[in-house]
Ligand binder design. Structure first.
Ligand code: FAD
Length: 405
C-alpha cells in the first residue's frame, strides 16, 4: 500500500506528493491511502496552559479536511483521520511506501525523524516553500542573518515556475459585513478563486503596495495566508501568478510587493529550519533572554481587548472574533504585549498560535521573536508607538469603531 500523509499541503494542484502517490500507485498497482494526523494538537495546551488550537481553528481545519475529503472521493479515495500521530497510523497500517511534505519547524521535523525507520520507501517533497534547501542562494548554512540580503539574492535568481493553467470558479457572495477582513472558506477551490479575484481586481493586487497597511475589509491585502498555512494554495503558484500579472501590466511595483512579502515568509521558513528548537526559546537567537516575565491579569486584559489602549483593544477583539488580523495590527498587538506590558513574548506567540487561522510555526514564532528583539533584526528594540500608529493608520477611528462596542 502507498500512503500519503497529508500535512500542510492540503491541495491537489501543484502538489508533488499527490503526483508522486498517483504515479506510484499506477505503477505498482498498490492501493493508495491518504491520512491526516491531528497529533492531539486539538486537545493539547502550550505555555501558560493556552490551547494549541482555538475552537475556531479546529473548526476551520475540520472544514478544510472536508473539502479535501470531497476532492479525494472523486478519485475513489477515502480521506482517513486519526486523533493521534502519523507514527501511530503507520504502526497500524504498515504501508510499503510513504510520501509527505517536509516541514521546517522543530516539532514537525521530529515527527518526520521518528517515522523514518518504519517505512522502507519514503519520498518527501518541499511543497510549502518557494525554494528547496539546495536552491537557497549561497546554501542554507549561509542564510543571511537579516532579510534584505536574502531578498536580493533570491531576486537575482529570476525564479519562474511552469504550472498548468487552472479552471477557477468564482467565489460565492459573502454575507459578511464590510469590516470583516477574512470572510472566506477553507480549501483549494476558495483559495484559487480568491487568487484569481484579487489579481484581477484593479483595487486589489494592482494597488497592493499602496493599500497593504489597511485595516478594514477584504481588499487591502491578499488574505492568502490561511490557505498558504494549510497548503490549499501553493506559494509558487502565487509567485508565478504575480509575475504573469506584472508582465501583462508592463511591470508593476504594486504587484511586485506581494512577491517581496512572500519572500519574508520564505525567509522565516528557512530561519525556522535552521533555528530548530531555539526559535521557541525565550532568548531566541541571542546570548541572553530579555528581562520579561508574566503578569496573568495584564495578559488576560490583553487577550480580552481590555487594555488602556483602544487601538490594541480593537485589534485583539478582531483577532478573537475572526481568527484573522492584519499585518499592521499584529505588529502593534505584539509590540504592546512585549514592550508596553513587559510580558514574555512567548505567551503572546502561543496565544496567536491558538487563534490565527493562518497559524504557521515559522511565520508566527519568527515574527514574534523579531519584535521581541531576539530574532533576525539588526535593531535591538522594535517598539511601536501604538498611539501614533492609531493616528497614522486609523485616523478616522473606523477600525476602532468596527471592533469596540
Ligand atoms: P499580505 O500583506 O497580502 O502578504 C502576502 C503574503 O506574504 C502573506 O499571505 C504571507 O504569506 C506573506 N507575509 C506578509 N508579511 C509577512 C511577514 N511579516 N512574515 C511572514 N510572511 C509574511 N503570517 C502567517 O502566515 N502566519 C502566522 O502565524 C503569522 N504570525 C504573525 C505574527 C506576528 C506577531 C506578526 C507581526 C506577523 C505574523 N504573520 C503571520 C505575518 C503577516 O502578518 C501575515 O502573513 C499577514 O498579515 C497575512 O495577511 P495577508 O495574507 O493578507 O498578507
Amino acid at each position: 500500500m502507498i500512503a500519503w500523509w497529508l500535512r500542510h499541503d492540503r491541495r491537489l494542484s501543484d502538489n508533488a506528493c499527490w503526483e508522486f502517490a498517483l504515479k506510484e500507485a499506477a505503477k505498482t498497482g498498490e492501493e493508495l491511502r491518504v491520512f491526516f494526523a491531528w497529533n492531539r494538537l486539538h486537545l493539547d495546551t502550550g505555555i501558560g496552559g493556552i490551547p494549541r488550537m482555538s475552537a475556531r481553528r479546529i473548526e476551520w481545519t475540520q472544514k478544510d479536511l472536508q473539502t479535501m475529503r470531497t476532492e479525494l472521493k472523486k478519485h475513489g479515495i477515502a480521506l482517513e483521520e486519526t486523533e493521534g500521530s502519523a507514527l501511530d497510523w503507520l504502526r497500524t497500517n504498515r504501508p510499503s511506501a510513504l510520501t509527505y511534505s517536509f516541514a521546517v519547524a522543530h516539532e514537525e521535523r521530529q515527527d518526520e525523524a521518528q517515522l523514518r525507520p518504519l517505512v522502507a520507501r519514503i519520498h518527501g517533497f518541499w511543497t510549502h516553500s518557494i525554494l528547496e534547501p539546495e536552491a537557497i542562494p549561497g546554501g542554507l548554512s549561509r542564510l543571511p542573518e537579516v532579510f534584505t540580503p536574502f531578498r536580493h539574492k533570491v531576486e537575482r535568481e529570476n525564479l519562474r515556475f511552469e504550472l498548468p493553467p487552472l479552471q477557477v470558479e468564482p467565489l460565492p457572495e459573502s454575507p459578511a459585513s464590510t469590516s470583516q477582513a477574512f470572510p472566506f472558506e477553507p480549501g483549494e477551490a476558495s483559495a484559487l478563486a480568491r487568487l484569481g479575484a484579487y489579481l484581477n481586481n484593479p483595487e486589489g493586487a494592482a494597488a497592493y503596495k499602496t493599500r497593504r497597511n489597511g485595516l478594514l475589509g477584504t481588499e487591502y491585502s491578499t488574505k492568502f495566508s490561511p490557505w498558504l498555512a494549510s497548503g490549499a494554495l501553493s506559494p509558487r503558484r502565487i509567485w508565478q501568478a504575480c509575475l504573469n500579472l506584472e508582465d501583462s501590466l508592463g511591470g508593476s511595483p504594486e504587484v511586485e510587493w506581494i512577491r517581496v512579502e512572500l519572500l519574508w515568509r520564505e525567509y522565516f521558513q528557512w530561519v525556522a529550519y535552521r533555528a530548530g528548537s531555539r526559535l521557541f526559546h525565550k532568548k531566541g537567537f541571542r546570548e541572553q533572554a530579555p528581562r520579561a516575565g508574566f503578569n496573568a491579569r495584564a495578559f488576560q486584559r490583553w487577550v480580552e481587548g481590555q487594555t488602556g489602549d483602544d487601538f490594541v483593544n480593537a485589534g485583539m477583539r478582531e483577532l478573537a472574533e475572526t481568527g484573522y488580523s492584519s499585518n499592521r495590527a499584529r505588529q502593534n498587538l505584539a509590540s504592546y504585549l512585549i514592550h508596553d506590558l513587559g510580558i514574555d513574548w512567548r505567551y503572546g506567540a502561543a496565544y496567536f498560535e491558538s487563534q490565527l487561522l493562518d497559524y504557521d510555526p515559522a511565520s508566527n514564532w519568527a515574527n514574534w521573536a523579531y519584535l521581541a528583539g531576539v530574532g533576525n533584526d539588526p535593531r535591538p528594540v522594535r517598539r511601536f508607538n501604538t498611539v501614533k500608529q492609531a493616528q497614522d493608520y486609523d485616523a478616522n477611528r473606523a477600525f476602532r469603531q468596527a471592533w469596540l462596542p
